[in-house]
Design a protein around this ligand. Structure first.
Ligand code: GLP
Length: 261
């Protein structure tokens, strides 16, 4: 696990955007895995800015989002499809038909989960997968106790997650109780995982993920098994790490160059 600790959330999200940009700019048919949530808003803001500065195109890029709520139509303002359109896809030259999210209104959700996995595999897997971190250690909607060997499937949202995400549902818009999400094994199959977490409220999940045992009580701890996982955190999210000095020594200022000539 490459642990990059940076001064603040702005730098963390810019760094993550740059990793995505480099993949898009340098591969002939990039396949990105994408996440939602508050933290990612700034990642997408930076990515759009980098795109507007020119020099690369999303025209050959395909994307797969981690998850979608069950029961929300695509056009529902609280759906993750709406989130992705209004925070990223509407501003870049990606072909919308190349952007994929699980269909949370499918009449056969079990089949939907299987075909989502198939689509990822047909495109030869994800080059890079962006991840956020739930306060309870979830990645995607893999809640504590999720199987570490899981693939895309239906999950009931935990009470913690319902509490944390309620703010995105206002008025009569009730928050769904279930989601369809990539599994932990789906995530581990991505060639590079990039997790971004910022703020003190994430510090205990960050500690469990990096320094805790690999255990389903903290689904993100499964990233310890990944051969190419980068964790980008700000100083607040890193504040309870026991080996913070070592991580900063290895990657000063979150610099990910180990050897320079
Ligand atoms: C949702 C998403 C997760 C994301 C999490 C963190 O629950 N399903 O993929 O990691 O939000 O969100 P935030 O960045 O708002 O804390």
């Amino acid at each position: 696990m490459k642990i990059l600790i940076v001064e603040n959330a702005e730098i963390a999200t810019e760094k993550a955007a740059k990793i995505l940009k480099d993949v898009v700019a340098n591969s002939p048919n990039p396949v990105l895995g994408l996440a939602t949530g508050g933290t990612m808003l700034n990642v997408y803001k930076h990515l759009v800015k980098q795109y507007e500065q020119g020099g690369f195109s999303f025209s050959n890029t395909s994307t797969f989002n981690l998850d979608e709520y069950i029961g929300l139509k695509e056009q529902d303002p609280s759906s993750y499809r709406s989130y992705m359109n209004k925070n990223l896809f509407d501003y870049i030259d990606i072909k919308i038909t190349n952007t994929h999210l699980p269909n949370g209104t499918s009449t056969d959700l079990y089949e939907e989960a299987i075909s989502y996995e198939k689509k990822i595999n047909e495109l030869n897997g994800m080059d890079v997968l962006l991840l956020g971190l739930g306060k309870n250690g979830h990645i995607g909607f893999n809640e504590p106790s999720s199987s570490l060997g899981s693939y895309t499937r239906i999950k009931r949202l935990s009470q913690d997650t319902c509490k944390a995400n309620k703010k995105y549902f206002t008025g009569n818009n009730k928050m769904p109780t279930h989601a369809i999400t990539m599994g932990i094994q789906t995530i581990l199959d991505a060639r590079h995982c990039v997790l971004v977490a910022t703020g003190t409220e994430k510090s205990s999940a960050v500690r469990d993920m990096i320094e805790g045992a690999i255990a389903s009580r903290c689904p993100a701890s499964a990233l310890q098994l990944h051969r190419n996982a980068t964790v980008i955190i700000d100083k607040k999210a890193a504040s309870t790490l026991s080996y913070i000095d070592d991580y900063l020594y290895i990657h000063p200022d979150g610099d990910d160059v180990l050897l320079s000539h």
